[in-house]
Design a protein around this ligand. Structure first.
Ligand code: NAD
Length: 473
């Protein structure tokens, strides 16, 4: 007889490991199976986010930010340096250490919460049996409930073959050994902008090719325009309506052929980063007779409660519909476990925040002005520039603005868009307001500490009713 669990989770990224811990906390006998291997060929928990995504990219973003501050912005503080240098190996090593600490931490959390963990590849068979394969062989376990949380993999494009030496995906982009003189990036999305920023700050000439004619189409376009101007000023050379046709490695360089305005162009780079999106990872996950159905886009088909086509088989995170964001996956994992425990797990997709960790950061939640217009919802706008915020000026970070959208009649906060210092943290109070169906006036009546960046959100809320104090309304 195969060993039986209450819950078997396939995938140990933010969706899967959170589900596993929450299940074990709820008294369920839980197993998590994960096959991710590091560049040193070691199994590691944490999935894309911890190993080759959110966390390592933030480590590099922070290191490169310090370097840029030191070399370009410290002079205004009266601080000068001689011989400032960036040691890429040390920067990458620091990133690897943080990743190791965090992925090891999940192993510890599993132990502390009594989650069983098997490193290996899990495949769902029929009747909620799971076949696990690794170097030691194969075994089959069964679960009363199965949670599929296998994540996503980078999308590839025709005629551009990733070798992770010259042509890189997100993993290769995190392990460049020396600053490329010229870095090409395909895709002005989240990864393209973040990784493009890292290497630009430490000295690369960065060119980003973007097929769409709008910059950051999912973002409020008023804010996207401000961001585009700032990124250009920083030196990111972003080409819209530009479609990369092919890339080839020739003489230790990458020759990129792209089309713009109907004309073909060729440009050569030292490295090329491919960041054209990600797709659901289902390779080797489902046996033909397991009964779980996929959508046309290859994602696992689920209903609003993350139930698949098979009873008691659930799917969460990047492998199902919705934004590919770690926090969305974690919340789905928790919600599924609550449902298994007979509770009422719920996620409001409208209040999931987005953050792009450029400098300054870009963060938003809820509806954009374009979406409200299209839906015919009447709205009011409140804005506030960071240039009028005392703390931002004291920090020498006056770039950007807060833009809030509230319902014209009810004043309910419908969207918040922030491009500015600390946007990733500032967005939280807007999420809270929206979760409680609060109004712009609610935000405007809360006492905000002075001097803080959060006063920019406060003033934007007051500006919805033309009552901002530190700007003309
Ligand atoms: P993305 O979808 O954000 O951007 C990809 C871009 O590539 C798109 O704008 C697309 O138009 C463009 N593109 C596609 N084919 C092209 C071609 N041939 N030539 C030129 N441009 C082309 O995808 P991503 O940046 O790869 O990120 C993948 C996923 O990872 C995203 O879904 C994102 O949510 C997630 N992620 C999130 C964060 C964060 O939350 N800060 C960070 C990194 C990644």
């Amino acid at each position: 007889m195969s060993e039986q669990y209450d819950v078997v989770v396939i995938g140990g990224g933010p969706a899967g490991y959170v589900a596993a811990i929450r299940a074990a906390q709820g008294g369920l006998k839980t197993l998590c199976v994960d096959r991710f291997k590091t560049k040193d060929d070691e199994y590691a928990l944490g999935g894309t986010c911890l190993n080759v995504g959110c966390i390592p990219s933030k480590a590099l973003l922070d290191s490169s930010k310090h370097y840029e501050q030191m070399t370009q912005h410290y002079d205004v503080h009266g601080i000068s340096f001689k011989d400032a240098a960036i040691h890429v190996g040390t920067m990458i090593g620091r990133k690897d250490k943080i990743v190791k600490q965090l992925t090891g931490g999940i192993k510890q959390l599993f132990k502390a919460n009594k989650v069983s963990y098997i490193a290996g590849s899990g495949k769902l068979l029929k009747d909620r049996q799971v076949e696990i394969s690794n170097e030691e062989g194969q075994q089959t376990v069964s679960g009363k409930h199965i949670i599929l949380a296998s994540g996503s993999v980078p999308v590839s494009i025709p005629n551009v073959e990733v070798d992770n030496k010259y042509i890189l995906d997100n993993t290769g982009g995190l392990n460049i050994e020396e600053v490329p003189k010229k870095l090409g990036v395909i895709g002005a999305g989240v990864i393209g902008l973040e990784m493009g920023s890292v290497w630009r700050r430490v000295g690369s000439d960065v060119t980003i090719f973007e097929a769409m004619d709008t910059f950051l189409g999912a973002c409020d376009q008023g804010i996207a325009k401000v961001a585009a101007r700032e990124f250009k000023k920083q030196g990111l050379d972003i080409h819209l309506s530009t479609f990369v046709k092919s890339a080839e490695v020739k003489n230790n360089q990458v020759e990129v052929v792209y089309e713009k305005d109907g004309e073909k162009h060729t440009e050569t780079f030292d490295k090329l980063l491919v960041a054209v999106g990600r797709k659901a990872e289902t390779e080797g996950l489902l046996s033909d007779d397991c009964g779980v159905e996929l959508t046309e886009r290859g994602q696992i088909d689920v209903n609003d409660n993350c139930q698949t086509s098979v009873e008691n088989v659930w799917a969460v995170g990047d492998v199902v519909r919705g934004p590919m964001l770690a926090h969305k996956g974690s919340e789905e994992g928790s919600a599924v476990v609550e449902r298994i425990l007979g509770e009422h797990g719920h996620i409001d997709f409208n209040t999931i925040p987005w953050v792009i960790y450029t400098e300054p950061e870009l963060a938003w939640v809820g509806k954009t002005e374009e979406q409200l217009k299209e839906a015919g919802i009447p709205y009011k706008i409140g804005t506030f520039p960071f240039a009028a915020n005392g703390r931002a000026l004291a920090m020498n970070e006056p770039t950007g603005m807060v833009k809030l959208l509230a319902h014209e009649e009810s004043d309910e906060l419908l969207g918040a868009h922030i491009f500015g210092a600390g946007a990733s943290e500032l967005i939280s109070e807007c999420v809270v307001t929206m979760e409680f169906r609060g109004c712009a006036e609610d935000l405007a009546r809360i006492v905000h500490a002075h001097p803080t960046l959060s006063e920019a959100v406060f003033e934007a809320a007051m500006s919805v009713d033309k009552r901002a104090v530190h700007k003309a309304n």
